[in-house]
Write a protein that binds this ligand. Structure first.
Ligand code: C2E
Ligand code: CA
Ligand code: CA
Length: 401
């Protein structure tokens, strides 16, 4: 789809800004640009026969402000996208973005006044990606997943975790995929919840864990001493025998519990207080390493840190990727890092996606990093070759000064 096909509405009470945006948009090839100077006038257009597909919306307007206009857009069943424009500081804009998203309206981004042509180009480019026709995704049935587990269609991918200071690969995180005979590689967001809701998660975990342990054993035999992390669903923590299931599997595989990291997501951790606490404490006593995953995204993260003897804290990727350009994310990243340190935990930064993120974790001396900048999750067989490539990249990445 070319630029000209997109119907854009600019809403700004300042006639000058409206004209300027109009000028810039036509300058980058958009021909269908309309400007309105109030929320009410904008709504008329949105309620009309050919509603806009993208609205550049000024937050601060007398009368109906941008946030109120968004609420009205929802009432008008607006299903296009929005870009927020404002002279407010970054945090206010961020909050506004969350607010608009909470209304299930697609926010392509926000622009600070004065708006630059480059930013405008960037944000409108995102429209094309967002508007590309999405395939309708049918949820899988639980019987399909059950069969898949039985037929060994689940495969483990492994994503390296590296020591930030030295660059040495310290471990891998196991991420399960479903090698679907018809649909190809299916990601866990499409079947983990399904497994949890249909009493299959223990079975799934068992398969994932056994494969991961088997693989860890092989790597150890090949002289590659890696810690292997596995994600545990909170649903498994309601049965106290779960600690035994895990330690039996580890013993059978001949892997030391110290080399097994159990990553636990915090958000649902405390649904029922006692069982998870007991299981996690027992696992810790058996020398497994406990990791609190997605740190900072739940509600009671601090309480959990106090109650459960975690060894590792994984700072959620939303506070890592792009944090050097986002003051709020950076504050949370720093606070999490300090907290983890003071509690004597190893701190892992997730979502290290680009060079800037890598420089941040280096500068702040985070312990371990994981993310696309280092490596994407990969099949076990690809790991050796990746390590060789990584080692070639290393001198430049861990150079000081
Ligand atoms: P998670 O535990 O937070 O795993 C990290 C996710 O972030 C993975 O997605 C990984 O591919 C992705 N990721 C890694 N580096 C980057 C990066 O630099 N940028 C971005 N944007 N993403 C990155 P994946 O594999 O799709 O897994 C999604 C979630 O599914 C996992 O989140 C985990 O909660 C769950 N999951 C995966 N495997 C299992 C499993 O065996 N059991 C259970 N219970 N849950 C699992
Ligand atoms: Ca994880
Ligand atoms: Ca995570």
């Amino acid at each position: 789809m070319n630029n000209s096909a997109l119907r854009i509405l600019v809403v700004d009470d300042e006639p000058f800004t409206g004209k300027l945006l109009h000028h810039m948009l036509t300058g980058i090839g958009f021909t269908d640009v309309t400007v309105r100077e109030s929320g009410a006038a904008a709504l008329e257009l949105v309620g009309g026969l050919i509603p806009p597909e993208l609205i550049l919306l000024d937050l601060n307007m007398p009368g109906m402000d941008g946030i109120e206009l968004v609420r009205k857009l929802v009432e008008h069943d607006y299903n296009g996208s929005v870009v927020l424009v404002s002279g407010e500081d970054e945090r206010v804009l961020q909050t506004a973005v969350y607010l608009v998203r909470a209304h299930h309206i697609t926010v392509l981004g926000h622009l600070n006044k004065p708006v630059s042509a480059v930013e405008l180009d960037e944000v409108t480019a995102r429209w094309k990606a967002a508007a590309a026709p999405r395939a309708v995704i049918e949820p899988y049935r639980s019987s399909e997943l059950r069969a898949a587990i039985q037929n060994n269609e689940l495969v483990n991918y492994y994503q390296p975790k590296v020591n930030v200071l030295t660059g040495v690969v310290s471990g891998v995180e196991t991420l399960v995929r479903w090698q679907h005979p018809r649909d190809g590689l299916v990601f866990p967001d499409r079947f983990i919840a399904l497994a949890e809701e249909n009493d299959m998660i223990d079975e799934l975990t068992r398969v994932v864990l056994n494969d991961a342990l088997h693989q860890a054993r092989k790597w150890h035999e090949d002289g590659l001493h890696l810690k292997v992390a596995v994600n545990l669903s909170m649903d498994s923590f309601s049965s106290v025998s779960f600690a035994d299931v895990i330690s039996d599997a580890v013993r059978r595989a001949g892997v030391a519990p110290q080399d097994v990291v159990l990553e636990v997501t915090e958000s649902r951790l405390m649904l029922d207080q006692r069982a998870p606490l007991e299981i996690l404490t027992r696992l810790r006593l058996k020398r497994f390493r406990l990791s609190i995953d997605d740190f900072g995204t739940g509600n009671s993260s601090l309480t959990q840190l106090r109650q459960i003897p975690f060894d590792e804290l994984k700072i959620d990727q939303s506070f890592v990727h792009g944090a050097s350009r986002d003051a709020t994310a950076l504050a949370m990243y720093n606070a999490s890092l300090t907290l983890g340190r003071q509690l004597g935990m190893e701190v892992v930064a997730e979502g290290v996606e680009d060079r800037e993120d890598w420089d941040l974790v280096r500068r702040t001396q985070c312990d371990v990093a994981q993310g696309y900048f280092i490596a994407r999750p990969m099949p076990a067989a690809a790991l050796m070759e990746w390590i060789a490539t990584w080692n070639r990249r290393l001198p430049e990445l861990v150079a000081t000064g």
